[in-house]
Design a protein. Structure first.
Length: 289
């Protein structure tokens, strides 16, 4: 049995072997917490695309929200619209009020309180980072920039996908995708399902339920229809904003969602807080019996 781990963003400059070891050790702790024996014969694959994604991001030179405020709109209309759409959805679904956002507004009083006002966009970003993404190395704007490039730029998406596709085998495999890695894994399975003996698809901290992201994926489907797709998330994780259900990610058969995860990392999104969760570990253990 193999487990294919597909990591998320912000992994550039890190050591692939060390990351892989950390993921395995974390999952082992989840098994131990459940009293399950961790098999000695498990094989792990860890396709690493962190440096490649950073290279793509640097080349793309997407405007930051402060650039749009300073230079005006129109630098990258597609990206600007994507940011506006996602941030509006996050504001509404997290229950952030205008009163919550106003303290983060930089400048004179906002005459237009909404994502059409880019100072207001900046304020929403700051409010979200303050209330939901406490980890210093994580910001919602950087996350959305990387997701945008992956789902909107075919050359970038194909380049990342190939790194994962190259490690597929015909051996029985559990695929675990975290954060942006869940989007990558979804696309890879859709395009290469015949190149893998899929036992189960597991996503954790997935942004696939965000409508502006799902809308870029074409007709939605469940590539793990024969074996079940299990999606686990912490309701406090801003990236996993919505469940993958009939309202946000409708598929047949439906995806099994578990919102009972209590991710202990600062921003409720870190892989450590997902892989060592007893719910996630138990789901993987069931596939091994």
């Amino acid at each position: 049995m193999r487990i294919l781990f597909v990591h998320g963003r912000a992994q550039g400059g890190k050591d692939k072997a060390q990351l892989k070891s950390e993921w395995i050790a974390t999952l082992q702790r989840g098994f131990k917490a459940n009293g399950d024996t961790f098999p000695d014969n498990l094989v792990f694959d860890f396709p690493y695309y962190g440096d490649k994604l950073d290279q793509f991001t640097a080349q793309a030179k997407l405007p930051a929200s402060h650039d749009v405020v300073a230079k005006g709109t129109g630098q990258d209309r597609q990206f600007e619209q994507f940011m506006q759409s996602v941030l509006q959805e996050m504001k509404e679904n997290t229950g952030l009020s205008d009163q919550d956002i106003e303290p983060f507004f930089d400048g004179e009083a906002a005459t237009e309180k909404g994502v059409q006002n880019w100072r207001w966009v900046q304020a929403i970003v700051r409010a979200i980072d303050t209330h939901f993404t406490e980890a210093a190395e994580f910001t919602i704007e950087k996350f959305l920039s990387d997701v945008f490039l992956y789902v909107n730029k075919p050359a970038i998406g194909s380049g990342i996908n190939k790194i994962v596709q190259d490690e597929l085998t015909t051996e029985p495999t559990i695929v675990v995708g975290h954060s942006l890695g869940s989007v990558v894994a979804y696309n890879v399975l859709n395009n290469s399902i015949n190149n893998i003996d899929l036992v189960k698809f597991i996503t954790v901290g997935s942004p696939l339920g965000i409508r502006a992201i799902a809308a870029k994926l074409g007709v939605l489907n469940n590539p793990a229809a024969k074996h079940n797709w299990y999606n686990a998330y912490d309701k406090r994780d801003i990236v996993a904003l919505n469940p993958l259900d009939h309202s946000y990610f409708p598929t047949t058969p439906p995806i099994d969602n578990n919102a009972a995860i209590k991710n202990h990392t600062d921003n409720r999104h870190g892989i450590v807080g997902y892989l060592n969760d007893t719910n996630v570990a138990a789901e993987i253990a069931k596939c091994l019996t």
